[in-house]
Design a protein around this ligand. Sequence first.
Ligand SMILES: CC(C)(COP(=O)(O)OP(=O)(O)OC[C@H]1O[C@@H](n2cnc3c(N)ncnc32)[C@H](O)[C@@H]1OP(=O)(O)O)[C@@H](O)C(=O)NCCC(=O)NCCS
Length: 440
Amino acid sequence: MPHAHNDLPLDETSRVALEAEELRYAVVDTDDADEHDRWLQADHRGFHFDALTVEQLAEYRTALAGTRSIGVWDTATAEPDHPIATVGSWRSTVSLGDGRALDGWAISAVSVAATHRRRGIARALLEGELRAAHAAGLPLAMLTVSEATIYGRWGFGPAAYTADYRIDTRGLQMTAVMPSGRVHRVSAPELRGLAPVLATRAHERIAGEVPGKELLWDRMFAVSARTASHAPKLRAARYDDEHGEPQGFVLYSVAEDEADFAAHTLTVEYLCAATDDAYVALWHYVLDQDLVATVLAHLRPVDEPLPWLVSNPRAVQTIARREHLWLRVLDVPAALTARRYAAADAVLLRVTDPLGFAEGAWMLATDSDGVATVTAHDGGSGGAAVIDLGAEALGALMLGGTPVDALRVAGRLVEGSPGSAARLDAMLRVSRAPWLSTWF
Ligand SMILES: CC(C)(COP(=O)(O)OP(=O)(O)OC[C@H]1O[C@@H](n2cnc3c(N)ncnc32)[C@H](O)[C@@H]1OP(=O)(O)O)[C@@H](O)C(=O)NCCC(=O)NCCS
């Protein structure tokens, strides 16, 4: 059966460039289980993950059948059927908050074998993905990254951030009013079916979320072959509102402190809240566990409201903060008109993009409803703010999560007239920090 994403044509420029190096560049036939398995193993090896078992391979083949999996092969290697490089991509969306979402090209599984590194293979793969996505009419590309040093050169900028927290729960009181619904303890497998439904609703509320694949939820709920061994440790609870409707859930595990039985560490593995009440009630449940002295929560929003829910905000320590979702604008008008803006104004964005996709002078004008028009502009600014920037800065600014002034101070954008950065900042401002709660 043909799969929609696999049918996108392979990028001819990258094919020719790699052929000149005697490398074959092709889309994997995911109906050929052996070929797909070799690609999956190459991808896992590239990231230093364990080799996949037969059972895990079967799960991945099913889960990734619709992914456009591309390999690069070198016939001169000892295992010529095994790809020496991989990339996987699919059509996805990124949430823009307020129920809106924008189509985009999700890119993952970028790996090049240690024997073939630093010869321009990743460059051919990435540029091939961007050209393919652009040709398919997608306004942006997105990825999560192993290292923050790699993707800026291709015009990706960090657009959503995450934080890890450590909470000292001893003596900590919840000051927020407990909502009138109920928290139920449930088993993770029982909850698994609800996860995508509740997550979709939760994700609509905040910019930066990208829908997770079914395999991601299977792994998170320890019902996949790869994570099944975690099942005995994994605990779950669900919040139902006053009408008995599920509105959120939390997955967590608890590790014993051998020296002090009253000082266990609880790790929040995923907390999903489709309503504010669910958020408050689930944190209340998490913080209110006897025998637990420390709660860890990873990959959470940088503006987590939690410190305001408790008697001692200092008990909620941020232990890490990092960029997480990287965006690359491929179509400036389509990307910038999709979201709503916080101020009515106009800014002339003069974008430099060596790959060409976003290059040009673009007049972004917003009205009092926050609706934008974006037009190619070759005249004077006419009173609009003026900003010169590269594609990487444009991607970073897209969701309003990267401070405009920080980019100005760093020289990542330059004001064409004084005060332009402040005006752009007022337009881009969002009430909640963009957040991506999973990896892809
Ligand atoms: C990262 C990786 C894909 C790069 O592959 P590669 O074929 O060696 O990269 P290229 O030769 O095409 O390099 C392209 C450019 O990226 C730079 N680059 C490559 N890897 C880099 C890294 N890890 N950190 C910073 N820069 C890197 C190169 O120096 C080169 O720079 P240039 O702009 O001066 O030309 C490869 O090293 C790899 O598989 N790493 C392990 C898996 C991984 O982390 N993948 C990324 C997933 S998000």
